[in-house]
Design a protein around this ligand. Structure first.
Ligand code: CMC
Length: 394
């Protein structure tokens, strides 16, 4: 019985598993809220419309909007750092050639290995001073496209190309992956997607990087850990899975099994999770998703009905998810369709996310090191009661 002073709440207690709703530290780098995504004071839609990825990288890593001179120096420095040690590239090529060239291959594993190898040739590897950290951040930012491209070209049995010093980072990434100069529109859309993916406060991979950095480990170790976290389908891996689902729907329709609506009804009946939907923070929509969809759609419309159909299927999926579940797409949903109509192989979607998020990770690793205290929370023990070893039955 409830006494007169006890008031029973009908409200369900908040589910705080996975640190949901918990604020676990301060950052000056990024602000994520239900309504906004802000990189060091600049709103994401403003950046996507008016800035370039290199400018955003400067904002995140150096801390402010670059002057024209600063931007030129920053870009020149990045271009000068693009070449990767020959021995490392040979290992990358060998692993890439031995992987099956299907959607199940894992270039994220190749990239993680590549970053680990880079640590052995980086003269600053064990130096955690701010100057050395900045040099390492720039090298990683400059060299990741070279590794991704070398792996992709090797996997396709093509001769890898050297980075092109005349291309900005986004266009150079596409060039390294294909050996073809990208169209202006494809380069622009890649640049916008890199801006949108660059930073997102204490998401799983960045938090993993900060935990590793908090032990005073080196930047490459923290980045390898972050890549491991990003690879999972609940985080960065969702962009590949979102496209895989659209392909499943297309095959389902082509086989005469039904339409998008019946596919979705079956997915709901089986309580399947739809990749590229939902978000831990954004419960009313992810600001980045609409921006990327509109750029992807431009490419699809230019490429014709075979490309546009992916957006038609995607839009219907989105509508049904909203009407029946009140769940919105996150940035990974339009990313899947957008990279697909750009002709990018699906297993490279999450590595491209790395090519962008490396800026946010490195900024956070530097911020962690600037005012470090070991990240070591407590656990609530729920295991067996204390038992004497000699009295226990095995
Ligand atoms: N498909 C179907 N149902 C969903 C989905 C989804 N994608 N996302 C959430 N729900 C349901 C969930 O089952 C739960 O229902 P109920 O209350 O009946 O159990 C309800 O919505 C609340 O979801 P939640 O599990 O409390 O959400 P969370 O904050 O723990 O998880 C999430 C967030 C992103 C892990 C989850 O939405 C998800 O798994 N989405 C699919 C994977 C994905 O797209 N990840 C990318 C995340 S954002 C960008 C990035 O990091 O790359």
């Amino acid at each position: 019985m409830t006494s007169s002073t006890e008031v029973k709440s009908s409200k369900k207690p908040a589910d705080t598993r996975g640190l949901a709703g918990q604020t676990v530290g301060d950052t000056q780098i990024c602000q994520v809220s239900q309504t906004e995504l802000i990189y060091r004071g600049y709103e994401i839609a403003d950046l996507a419309e008016h800035a370039t990825f290199e400018e955003v990288a400067h904002v995140l890593l150096v801390g402010h909007k670059p002057t024209a001179d600063e931007l030129k120096r920053f870009k020149d420095e990045l271009v000068s750092m693009r070449a990767v040690d020959r021995g490392i590239l040979e290992v990358i090529g060998k692993i890439a050639r031995s992987e099956p060239s299907s959607d199940d291959a894992h270039p994220m594993g190749i990239l993680r290995t590549g970053i680990s190898l880079l640590s052995h040739v980086d003269p600053d590897c064990e130096d955690n001073s701010p100057e050395a950290q900045m040099r390492k951040s720039k090298r990683l930012l400059a060299q990741i496209p070279t590794i991704i491209g070398y792996g992709q070209m090797s996997c396709e049995g093509k001769t890898p190309v050297d980075p092109d010093p005349n291309l900005d980072l986004a266009a150079n990434l596409l060039w390294c992956m294909t050996g073809e100069k990208p169209s202006e529109l494809n380069a622009k859309v890649m640049d916008v997607s890199l801006i949108l993916y660059a930073e997102h406060d204490f998401n799983a991979s960045t938090f993993a990087a900060r935990v590793i950095a908090s032990t005073e480990a080196d930047m490459h170790s923290a980045v390898c850990g972050a890549i491991g976290a990003l690879k999972g389908p609940l985080h960065g891996g969702a962009n590949e899975k979102a496209m895989a689902m659209l392909k499943d729907i297309d095959a389902y329709i082509a086989a005469g099994n039904g339409d998008v609506d019946s596919f979705m009804a079956e997915a709901f009946a089986e309580k399947r999770k739809l990749m590229g939907f939902g978000h831990r923070v954004y419960k009313n929509g992810d600001h980045r998703a609409g921006i990327l969809r509109s750029w992807g759609l431009k490419i699809a419309e230019q490429n014709g009905p075979d490309a546009k159909k992916w957006f038609d299927i995607g839009d219907r999926v989105q509508q049904i998810m909203f009407e029946q579940k009140n769940i919105y797409p996150n940035v990974d949903f339009p990313c899947g369709m957008t990279y697909f109509v750009m002709g990018i192989p699906v297993p490279q979607y999450t590595p491209i996310f790395v090519a962008s998020r490396i800026t946010g990770w490195c900024a956070h690793i530097m911020e962690q090191h600037q005012d470090n205290r070991l990240i070591r929370p407590l656990a609530n023990y729920t295991g067996p009661a204390l038992t004497k070893w000699n009295e226990a039955r095995s």
